[in-house]
Design a protein around this ligand. Sequence first.
Ligand code: NAP
Ligand code: MG
Length: 403
Amino acid sequence: MAKIQMKTPLVELDGDEMTRVIWKQIKEKLLAPYVDLKTEYYDLGLEMREKTKDQVTVDAANAIAAYGVGVKCATITPNAQRVEEYHLSHMWKSPNGTLRAILDGTVFRTPIVVNNIHPVVRTWKAPITIARHAYGDIYKATEYRVPEEGRAELVFTDRRGRETFRETVYDFECPGVLQGSYNKDSSIYSFAHACFRYALNLKQDLWFSAKDTISKQYDHRFKDIFEELYKETYHPQFEAAGIQYKYMLIDSAVAALMKCPGNILWACKNYDGDVMSDMVSSAFGSLAMMTSVLVSPDGKYEYEAAHGTVQDQYYQYLRGEKTSTNPIATIFAWTGALRRRGELDGLNDLCAFADKLERACLQTVEDGVMTGDLAPLCDPPAEAVDTDTFMHAIRARLDVLMR
Ligand code: NAP
Ligand code: MG
């Protein structure tokens, strides 16, 4: 059978540890037999980041900006222990942070749903996608450990040096803590545009939540920007698609989420998105069943699994022991990227291949063949298989679907 041809290369970002091991297997066993893979390869493994002083990460981000679609393997974010383990000259920044900073995107996370693993929340029947505004707020805040009595003030000085705002935050009568956080209109507009477009893409209702009743300037600004874009730009498109936009207070959103059937895109501020996406993924089953895509304001896409490098199992693998690593979210990163590439380049067979590979993964689990993270959650209970057996089981089903 002739292999499926690609036009434009995918930007491929390799990574670390166990996910690097399965990355290679996915390419060899599931992709290369069917697709004449064209990729522009960047090795984001920690050794190469060290060797290139992290330039490779910047180059990879620029390549995604140029080609439009990338796929990324999980990577180690170094901490003190990793600096020692890999003899690093520097505690290199999180590659995902670098990619987000360069592509200025919004991260969308969606659980992969199978019919024999039921979400902890009984009402959830369909996926819930979380859009996280990946810029600013407490992640870029300035903090101070207040050591003694004194006054904390919020001051704004304009470009001509004129002080245009000064207000007391608190007159400390004892030690305490202080924080100054910010966000930018431009970033909030990008985030809102990305959410409205993604909701139209998914044909799902969009919720945006914040706490504007308490945060009357900061959170209110987010609410106003979403409302302005909805009224002035997206309302007709939403009506035509039969979907709705709703603003909710964050606490009402959490309460409503527990009683909704799913099938919604929930846009969250940075911290809310960080916390809620872990809650949603764990309630749907396993971190290894969560996909993640970074979408830039100008429509560049970077696909990855939401989980990390599965370090414990990598050490088992190095000791020659059997592992039971779930490759599904990593496979879905590839299928997401191949489908997107197919759509952009008008390659229907590439899109169809991505659909079939995803179906092969779901069928495998629904047939009761699954890795150790899923087996205890399955109804009826299943036995876990090892990584290789699981990969073969997907391949067998893919072969049938491709015939
Ligand atoms: P992790 O690799 O996601 O693993 C956490 C736990 O989740 C694992 O110990 C494992 O549980 C389970 N798990 C995750 N993915 C799995 C899979 N595919 N199959 C089976 N089980 C899976 O997170 P971590 O241990 O916190 O971090 C490890 C490294 O990954 C760190 O160096 C961190 O910097 C990096 N990281 C990278 C990214 C990224 O590149 N996007 C994201 C997060 C973390 P059991 O122990 O029960 O088997
Ligand atoms: Mg988190």
